[in-house]
Ligand binder design. Structure first.
Ligand SMILES: Cc1cc2nc3c(=O)[nH]c(=O)nc-3n(C[C@H](O)[C@H](O)[C@H](O)COP(=O)(O)OP(=O)(O)OC[C@H]3O[C@@H](n4cnc5c(N)ncnc54)[C@H](O)[C@@H]3O)c2cc1C
Length: 415
């Protein structure tokens, strides 16, 4: 029997690709079309600030859909095509060139766009933002000849770029307005450790420092002025000032959107025939509606949205998580940081010196709410399971590296 489902997915990031693949898997007879404004087979973004900048890989080496590409999953991929409107009454999406794609169910996975700083607009000479392969290729080319890079923002992307550039032998200055780096995702101790690694590798991180202006110096380089009346002259500037959800299309179509498309636990929008997933959504978390900007949430949520567009009724229940690579530090966060943790616990791990393993925990009552680890992949995998299963933990066990976290799981299973 031929399915009458005609599923359209907008956006070629992990949320859109996994939505399309899972929709097709759930209903093999359905017609599934993925529309992406980018010109190439969808690729992973995480390598852009790492292996791609270091010249060790190209974006094409990491296709999201795997080696067979999107077509290998029976999905029709429409590239280089921007959707400019959703006509909900007609059940069609309309592209910038006026082409119409009818849908019986739609998934919006338009991701996020970079937050621009007015003094350093996207496209200005020597100014870079990092979101796409094209951005990474342009930045890598300019770094080849650069002696000094200035990075605005000590968040995850800014610091990954800083680490990659330092490894390429470029002098790096990071300008951060907050009193510490990674304040959004790290406790003070972990921030300080990451900061220390950057310092040892020659990256100059200036905290409590605001960018107040940018001028072109007589030699063509960029002169950045800061609130402490200093000037940083750089060949290249990268702005890592965060990202904002690209919910314009959905909002224009009348879907409920407020700092992201608002979805329920099934990834359904305010229109029951339209689902949304990934960086662009706000979804129900343990403490209200949340946005996540990480690869795993985008992928897992996209999969749920795609299956539901194909007739399933799945809920998105994943525990949020992210990772970041900076020099020899593999940083991972898992869970949702509470506004005010009841207790903090630190667990030292294997190894010694600057790359020693560690995990910092934030507890809410007897449960782990959030943990951030450095070079502690095995412990973090265990923590994910403790959070998923809402297992009450003994803080003394968490703090004792001789006691495996697996024992906490086993104790629960035995009880
Ligand atoms: C440089 C970089 C490094 C990162 N590193 C990590 C990491 O180490 N770990 C981690 O967990 N996360 C990382 N992330 C974050 C992660 O990649 C994102 O959270 C993830 O890509 C979000 O997926 P998404 O599908 O929601 O959106 P996106 O990946 O943003 O994809 C959205 C797609 O939709 C397209 N689109 C938008 N509007 C339209 C339209 N109207 N018509 C057609 N197409 C449209 C966009 O062009 C884009 O291709 C990184 C991100 C970047 C930029």
């Amino acid at each position: 029997m031929t399915s009458s489902r005609n599923i359209v997915v907008i956006g070629g990031g992990p949320a859109g690709v996994f939505a399309a693949i899972e929709a097709k898997r759930r209903d093999p007879q359905a017609s599934v079309t993925l529309i992406s404004e980018e010109p190439c087979e969808p690729y992973e973004r995480p390598p852009l600030s790492k292996a791609v900048l270091l010249g060790k890989a190209a974006a094409a080496d990491a296709p999201i859909a795997g080696p067979k590409g999107t077509a290998g999953h029976g999905v029709e991929l429409v590239l280089d095509t921007r959707v400019s409107a959703i006509d909900r009454a007609a059940g069609e999406v309309i592209t910038a060139s006026g082409r119409r794609f009818p849908y019986t169910a739609l998934v919006v996975a338009t991701g996020s766009v970079v937050r621009q700083i007015p003094a350093l607009p996207l496209g200005a000479p020597r100014v870079h933002y990092l979101r796409t392969e094209a951005h990474a290729v342009a930045l890598a080319r300019e770094l080849e000849a650069a002696r000094h890079l200035a990075v605005i923002g000590g968040g995850l992307i800014g610091l990954e770029v800083a680490a990659s550039a330092a490894e390429l032998g470029v002098k790096v200055t990071v300008i951060e307005i907050a009193p510490r780096i990674l304040a959004r995702v790290c406790d003070e101790y972990t921030s300080a450790r990451v900061h220390d690694t950057h310092r040892r590798r020659g990256v100059d991180i200036r905290l409590n420092t605001a960018l107040t202006g940018a001028q072109t110096a007589p030699d063509g380089r960029l002169a950045l002025t800061t609130g402490d009346n200093d000037t940083v002259v750089a060949d290249v500037v990268v702005v890592g000032a965060g990202a904002i959800p690209d919910d314009r299309l959905a909002a224009a179509a009348g879907l409920r959107a407020d700092n992201g498309i608002v979805v329920d636990a099934h990834c359904a929008t305010s229109d029951p025939g339209i689902f949304a997933a990934g960086d662009v959504v706000r979804f129900p978390g343990p403490h209200g509606l949340v946005r996540q900007e990480d690869w795993r949430d985008a992928q897992d949520q996209g999969a749920v949205a795609g299956r539901n567009a194909a007739g399933a009724n799945d809920e998105y229940r994943s525990v949020p998580s992210f990772w970041s690579e900076q020099f020899d530090l593999y940083i991972q966060g898992v869970g949702s940081p509470p506004a005010k943790p009841d207790r903090r616990v630190r667990r030292p791990g294997a190894g010694a010196g600057p790359s020693a393993a560690q995990v910092s925990f934030e507890l809410a009552g007897p449960h782990i709410a959030y943990a951030i680890g450095i070079n502690a992949q095995r412990d973090i995998a265990m923590v994910r399971r403790l959070i998923e299963r809402r297992i009450a933990v003994d803080p003394a066990t968490l703090a004792d590296p001789t006691k495996p976290l697996a024992d906490l799981l086993k104790a629960k299973q035995a009880s």
